[in-house]
Ligand binder design. Structure first.
Ligand SMILES: [Zn+2]
Length: 383
């Protein structure tokens, strides 16, 4: 096993880690941490004062509490440490450096097709990461490690990319081991849907403990959070909603199943089936009432809802978050999905199930590449 959280120099003390859990979402007062965490006010004061002395926390402004003495808010000192990130994707390879608040401080990307071998891609990424760190005058000892994201399935324990479709170049490549040796830093690899789910969970104030994140692009990736933890299943590959069948007699899939969701509503499948080039143009046409375009949106809503309802019923989810290629002007699609999910899910009769597109700003979404390594640093691993 090459890439483990244990390699990262983490916030080991449980109470310190708990305090960071609240502060990472938004600046917060000592009193509010005490109230929300159940820790005594004196313990919160003692620990946060020590963290301020160490330079990890700072006091900022004042909160907007309506009356009485306005408490000082605590915030993370963002540049106390930095995390590196390498986003391996089918079209683009991106290199990121984020601070402790998941702000991107440096970024560079290149078209993946420019390389012939995975080693060339990784060498470029490692060299670029060092170059960016140097440009930003970030010393090596301030880098806590490197997060790598890739399309699933990924063996996150061994740091190996397995067999994501349309990504043959990286099949069975032990990326963590290679980057770890090359950079001498701890490395964690996970699939992009899991990392986005972590990022959503950690950064959003309005959040759910039982959610599914679905990313649609040329493939379909998803991740499940149950009771605040990433649900990994027996071997770490849980969440393959793209390979759940929505038609028993449907299109055969490489996985051996028939009628897999991915065969219908991945962007690649949709373009082949309905013969369009630009999804954005199709959506624009749907908004001005073009019948054919509306039928495509209906088809997407119908297929996605069927798979979503299965997931909602299996896991008793209260939130499904969509990301990826359908984000463009998504109100129409969302309305159609919500109508269907609302009427089809038995769980929906018990409690509200929110279906929404990710509201993370693009830069925070992209910064999810470092979510696992930051999670390890703060001892906030979701599993
Ligand atoms: Zn399949």
């Amino acid at each position: 096993m090459t890439s483990q959280a244990g390699n990262v120099n983490t916030i080991k003390n449980g109470n310190r880690s708990l305090i960071f859990r609240y502060i990472r979402k938004a600046p917060i007062s000592r009193a509010e941490i005490s109230k929300q965490s159940g820790m005594s006010k004196s313990a919160v004061t003692m620990i946060t004062n020590a963290l301020i002395e160490e330079g990890q926390l700072c006091e900022i402004g004042q909160s907007d509490s309506a009356c009485g003495r306005k408490p000082i808010l605590l915030d993370i000192v963002a540049d106390y440490r930095y995390a590196g990130g390498i986003a391996l994707h089918r079209k683009q390879t991106g290199v990121y450096i984020t601070d402790l608040k998941s702000n991107i401080v440096a970024f560079c990307s290149i078209r993946t097709e420019r390389f012939d071998t995975p080693i060339q891609v990784l060498d470029w990424a490692c060299n670029m990461l060092l170059k960016l760190a140097e440009e930003k005058q970030i010393p090596r000892e301030k880098l806590i490690g490197v997060g790598i994201s890739a399309p699933g399935p990924v063996d996150y324990k061994e740091g190996v990319i397995l067999t994501p479709p349309n990504f043959e170049m990286f099949h069975h490549i032990p990326v963590a081991e290679y980057v770890e040796k090359k950079l001498g830093l701890p490395v964690m690899v996970d699939n992009n849907a899991v990392l986005l789910a972590m990022q959503e969970y950690i950064l959003l104030t309005k959040q759910s403990l039982n959610a599914m994140v679905i990313i649609v692009s040329d493939g379909i990736g998803s991740a499940i959070i149950t009771r605040g933890k990433v649900y990994r299943g027996h071997s770490g590959y849980a969440g393959e909603i793209g390979h759940t069948s929505i038609d028993l007699e449907g299109i055969p899939c490489e996985c051996g199943n028939q009628g897999c969701l991915e065969q219908y509503v991945s962007m690649k499948a949709l373009k082949a089936r309905f013969e369009f080039d630009s999804y954005e143009r199709l959506v624009d046409n749907a908004y001005i009432g073009d019948r054919t375009s509306l039928e495509v949106i209906d088809f997407i809503a119908k297929c996605l809802s069927a798979a979503m309802v299965n997931a909602i019923n299996f896991f008793d989810l209260d939130r499904v978050i969509l990301c990826g290629d359908f984000a463009y002007r998504n109100e129409l699609l969302l309305q159609k999905i919500r109508q269907r999910v609302g009427g089809m899910s038995i769980i929906g009769r018990v409690h509200e199930v929110e279906v929404a597109f990710s509201t993370l700003p693009p830069e925070k979404s992209n910064a999810s590449v470092t979510a696992a390594i930051l999670g390890a640093y703060f001892n906030h691993m979701l599993d």
